[in-house]
Unconditional design. Structure first.
Lengths: 358, 172
């Protein structure tokens, strides 16, 4: 049975206009019931609705509450520091290699905790443009409000991060990959193999056998919203394994790809986060040098592949709230064996876009 | 000048200190996840202060319950308090050690402490407090001591929900 996250189902927006689309409560309940998730059914049944549709204002408030709580979790897991640890040497290497202007795009940024934290710390230097992109307009508005409130030099856009006019020097994300089906991951990574892009750092939950238990404990202890607690465990259950991520990331054929998980620090008991990293071959040595002894934690393919690209997917309708990943922008690898075109709607507690048909 | 024996003061003082410190942490937790700004030291300090203040009110309630015939009952209250401390103190030491490890260890190891230490400790805290009440009550047949122990436990466990509902229901 599929593992569903409630937040993937309760919000929907038109990708072109950003206009909210009505979400039928019965439809969401039916999907969760079909997935055998009675707890999720109870959570959605308690949500306010009008005329058979979920109350959009209540859903918006819920998204903001859940994401604010998620930020607290990310802070305890020191996600911003973890990104900085990798991005500092990567950005330095990109500067030396002549990439520019330097731009970091946070894919499916939610309310932008990582982007705002990087902006507040200034750890990457003043010449870096920091952009958070998400398909959920409510989260983008909240991220913008928070950044303006603190006078941070970063900005947020309601866009598919991988379809921005200007490519990022580095794409980053936190907790987004598990929102993508395994079949869509190659397209996601391939789409980041753009001219002008130096690499990517995508953190997600490490898929260990006991990760769901660890996630249950951590979310139970730290989150109040039943939806957040539910989706936290579902996230751990949906997390992709190391081999799946490395194989998919190798679809960014001009990059060397790694996982950064020092085995001696691996935590077999609980949910924790580890990144998949892609870098242009000429930057790999700079990353290793910048990490120093910690470079021993870089594992994986490490080789760049040649080959062609795939075809981009077409527009669809977006659902969701947490992230904001456009699946359709990727296309296939090596000539486009994965194709997603215009068609039906669906998904995205991450504002993850899932398109079918085409 | 009459000196009060140290042990007569030590137990209530330690319990009070534990309650107020726990209240400050409860205030922090009550406010956590409700303010997504990056710089929020003042917000956090205020929340901890509110938690400590509510804990002080709860302490006053516990003291009021204990006041009846205090002179005669004091030794039994001290003994009950010592039994509570025997349960609470080791837990408090573990929490302090975990917190220290979280703050002092490098990024990854510190985060691990949250997952295997501080997070689970938050979950078992009500069980530990209940155990402390049981330890206090099991050694006494005095209903006033039972009432004092239960009042103290209810006070400790309600700080976080009270502070949360009063000040931090919605994100700010």
């Amino acid at each position: 049975m599929p593992v569903l996250e409630i937040s993937d189902l309760i919000g929907a927006w038109d990708p072109a206009t950003g206009a909210r689309l009505p979400v039928g409560k019965d439809e969401v309940v039916a999907r969760l019931r079909a997935a055998g998730d009675r707890r999720a059914v109870r959570i959605v049944e308690r949500m306010p609705a009008s005329g058979g549709f979920l109350d959009p204002e209540a859903v918006d408030r819920l998204f903001v509450r859940v994401h604010t709580e998620l930020q607290r979790l990310g802070e305890e897991m020191r996600m911003a520091q973890r990104f900085a640890e990798l991005l500092r040497p990567l950005v330095a290497a990109a500067r030396r290699a002549g990439f520019g202007p330097l731009r970091i795009v946070d894919v499916g940024c939610g309310i932008g905790p990582v982007t705002r934290s990087l902006a507040a710390s200034g750890t990457l230097g003043g010449d870096i443009e920091l952009i958070g992109a998400d398909l959920n307009p409510v989260l983008v508005a909240e991220a913008t409000r928070l950044a303006e409130d603190e006078g941070l030099t970063c900005r947020f856009v309601r866009r598919d991060a991988l379809a921005l006019d200007e490519p990022a020097t580095f794409y980053i994300s936190s907790g987004v990959l598990h929102h993508l089906p395994a079949a869509s991951l190659p397209g996601f990574f391939h789409a980041q193999d753009r001219p002008g892009t130096a690499g990517f750092v995508h953190y997600d939950i490490a898929a260990t056998r006991l990760a769901p238990l660890g996630a249950w404990v951590f979310h139970r202890a730290r989150m109040r919203e039943p939806l957040g607690r539910h989706d936290g465990v579902a996230s751990a259950r949906r997390a992709h394994g190391d081999a799946v991520l490395l194989d998919a990331a190798s679809s960014a054929e001009g990059m060397r790809v790694f996982l950064f998980t020092p085995p001696r620090h691996a935590n077999p008991c609980c949910a924790t986060m580890r990144p998949v990293i892609g870098v242009r071959p000429e930057l790999a040595e700079g990353l290793r040098r910048g990490l120093g002894r910690r470079a021993r934690g870089l594992t994986g393919a490490g080789g760049a592949r040649g080959g062609g690209g795939g075809a981009p997917g077409g527009p669809g309708v977006i659902r969701g709230g947490v992230g904001g990943v456009g699946e359709g922008t990727g296309g296939g690898r090596g000539g486009g064996d994965v194709r997603e075109g215009p068609g039906c709607v669906r998904r995205g507690a991450g504002g993850v876009r899932e398109e079918t048909g085409g | 000048m009459t000196w009060v024996p140290a042990q007569d003061v030590m137990v209530p003082a330690l319990l009070a200190a534990l309650a107020v410190t726990d209240g400050a942490f409860a205030g922090f937790r009550a406010a956590a996840g409700r303010n997504a700004r990056i710089r929020r030291r003042a917000y956090t300090v205020t929340a901890a202060g509110r938690g400590a203040a509510v804990a002080l009110v709860d302490l006053a309630a516990t003291a009021a319950v204990s006041l009846a015939d205090l002179g005669r009952r004091y030794p039994a209250l001290l003994a009950a308090g010592a039994r509570m401390l025997a349960v609470l103190a080791p837990f408090a030491v573990l929490v302090v050690l975990s917190l220290g490890a979280y703050l002092l260890l490098p990024t990854r190891e510190g985060a691990l402490v949250v997952v295997v230490g501080l997070g689970p400790f938050t979950l078992v805290r009500p069980i530990v407090v209940t155990g402390a009440v049981a330890a206090a009550c099991l050694g006494s047949r005095d209903p006033v001591i039972w009432a004092a122990a239960v009042t103290a436990a209810v006070g400790v466990l309600t700080v976080e929900p009270l502070v949360h509902r009063r000040w931090y229901r919605e994100p700010c």
